[in-house]
Structure formats: structure tokens, C-alpha cells
Design a binder for this molecule. Structure first.
Ligand SMILES: C[S@@+](CC[C@H](N)C(=O)[O-])C[C@H]1O[C@@H](n2cnc3c(N)ncnc32)[C@H](O)[C@@H]1O
Length: 240
């Protein structure tokens, strides 16, 4: 990354939380509905890396939770495989579209409006899941918050349950390299962590494999397998 794009990230990371975050939800706009809300997208199935990770367990259907389900791409896929699926998302318009498609396809999918940042032990009426697709792990920050959510989800997971998390987005290795800008950022924004970056108006975190292993390890999980495509990278977690 050049100093110029480092500076661009420095600037965006500094103003992001204070100016944009509380006012604009990047998933509430028309772009998001057009991207995630089409029937073609919803029925597009899994990407190659997702398929690689799901293949070890998908043919043993049980109860699944899809976090950040949008209009239901993963929900539709899993339900067709015999899973009983609960999809959660905090954008009601996307959920509405998802419920409609499920009905048209004759699939029984439960979709709930829920913000995963607010998850607690009493969420999901004490249900245990055999699989959790945590499709927005990379969007949660800081590390402490991700770990807190993982610890709660651990108690909502059966002993042999599995979680698939997304751990890298469209920009494979965006990290601020310039030491001066990094130090300044850490002083001006103490919540900044190496690997955080802004894409459009979302803050994301990009993980190295070692970093993810260490982070999930402290929350009681082991990262068993990684799978990467051209764009996204995922990890399969199991309880330790
Ligand atoms: C990138 S889209 C992914 C959609 C879908 N999982 C897929 O891959 O096809 C992210 C979705 O997560 C939802 N989302 C983001 N933050 C969330 C949160 N804190 N709680 C619940 N849903 C959230 C957004 O509304 C959006 O629909």
C-alpha cells in the first residue's frame, strides 16, 4: 500500500466512527437491495470457498443460524439441503424480500430482525444450533467485540457444532504500512487495530490466519480449515 492510500485509510478510519457510522447504514440503501435482494443472487448458491468448508458437514442436516442473512442466499441453500434455518439480519427490507422468495420457493425459513451486536445468552430462546454461518465476522470490530459474540455463540452451539466465519473481504491485504500514520492513528483513535480498514463506508477487519487462530482460540474455538477464493476468505471453526 502506498503512503497515499495509507493516508486515505488513515483519514477514513479517523472520521468514520464519528461522522458516518451512526447516521448511515451501508446495507439500508438501494445498492444493497439491488445486490443482495435479487432472486438470482438468492438462488446463486455457495461460492467455491464456502462450498469447500460446508462440504464436510452439510449433508448431515440439523439446525442452522445464518448471521447477516440479507435476503437469504445461505438460508435457501441450507434449507434445500434439509436444514432447519433461522436467518437474522437488521435490515427489515432485505428480510422481507427473503421471506417472499422463501414463500415462492415453498421453503420454510424463519427470518428475524436482529442485530448480532446485541446477542446475549438469552437470545434465540435457548436454541442450540449445529451450524452457524457468521457471514459478517469481518464487519465486527474491535477484536474484543468479536470475541464476546463468539463466546455467546459458543453456548448456542451443539458440542460438535461448527461455525464458518468470513475473515477477508474484497481487498485481500489492506493494512496501513506507514509506521508514522499507524502510530498517529493508534493515538488519535485508540480502538484502531492493525487490519482495520474502510471500504466504501464500512469498517472491516482483514485477518491473517495466525491472527484469526489466536483470536478464536481465546473464545474457545479452533480454526480447523481455511478456504480462499479470488475475493473472499473463510474459516471453519469448531469448539475446543
Ligand atoms: C455483505 S451482506 C451478506 C449477505 C449474505 N450473507 C451473503 O453473503 O449473501 C451483509 C449483511 O449483513 C447484515 N448485517 C450487517 N451488520 C449486521 C448486524 N450487526 N446484525 C445483523 N445483520 C447485520 C447487513 O444488513 C447485510 O444484509
Amino acid at each position: 500500500m502506498t503512503v497515499r492510500s495509507d493516508f486515505d485509510q488513515f483519514y477514513k478510519l479517523l472520521i468514520k466512527d464519528s461522522i458516518f457510522e451512526k447516521k448511515i447504514n451501508p446495507y439500508s440503501g438501494i445498492d444493497s437491495l439491488q445486490k443482495f435482494g435479487t432472486r438470482k443472487y438468492v438462488e446463486s448458491g455457495l461460492s467455491a470457498p464456502e462450498q469447500q468448508l460446508y462440504s464436510s458437514f452439510e449433508n448431515n442436516p440439523g439446525k442452522a443460524l445464518v448471521i447477516g442473512c440479507s435476503s437469504g442466499r445461505e438460508c435457501v441453500y441450507l434449507t434445500k439441503k434439509g436444514w432447519k434455518v433461522l436467518g437474522i439480519d437488521y435490515i427489515e427490507d432485505l428480510l422481507k424480500i427473503g421471506r417472499n422468495y422463501a414463500q415462492q420457493l415453498g421453503l420454510n425459513i424463519e427470518c428475524q430482525n436482529f442485530d448480532i451486536l446485541k446477542v446475549e445468552e438469552s437470545s434465540f430462546s435457548g436454541k442450540k444450533f449445529d451450524f452457524i454461518a457468521f457471514t459478517i465476522y469481518t464487519l465486527i470490530y474491535p477484536k474484543k467485540k468479536r470475541q464476546q459474540i463468539l463466546r455467546v455463540l459458543r453456548n448456542h452451539l451443539t458440542d460438535k457444532g461448527k461455525i464458518v466465519v468470513i475473515c477477508r473481504g474484497r481487498d485481500p491485504e489492506i493494512r496501513i504500512k506507514n509506521r508514522f500514520l499507524k502510530t498517529a492513528l493508534k493515538i488519535l483513535k485508540p480502538s484502531y487495530e492493525d487490519g482495520d480498514y474502510v471500504r466504501y463506508i464500512s469498517i472491516l477487519h482483514v485477518f491473517s490466519e495466525d491472527e484469526l487462530k489466536e483470536e478464536v482460540g481465546l473464545a474457545g474455538f479452533c480454526a480447523k480449515e481455511f478456504a480462499a477464493g479470488d475475493i473472499y476468505k473463510y474459516a471453519l471453526l469448531e469448539k475446543v
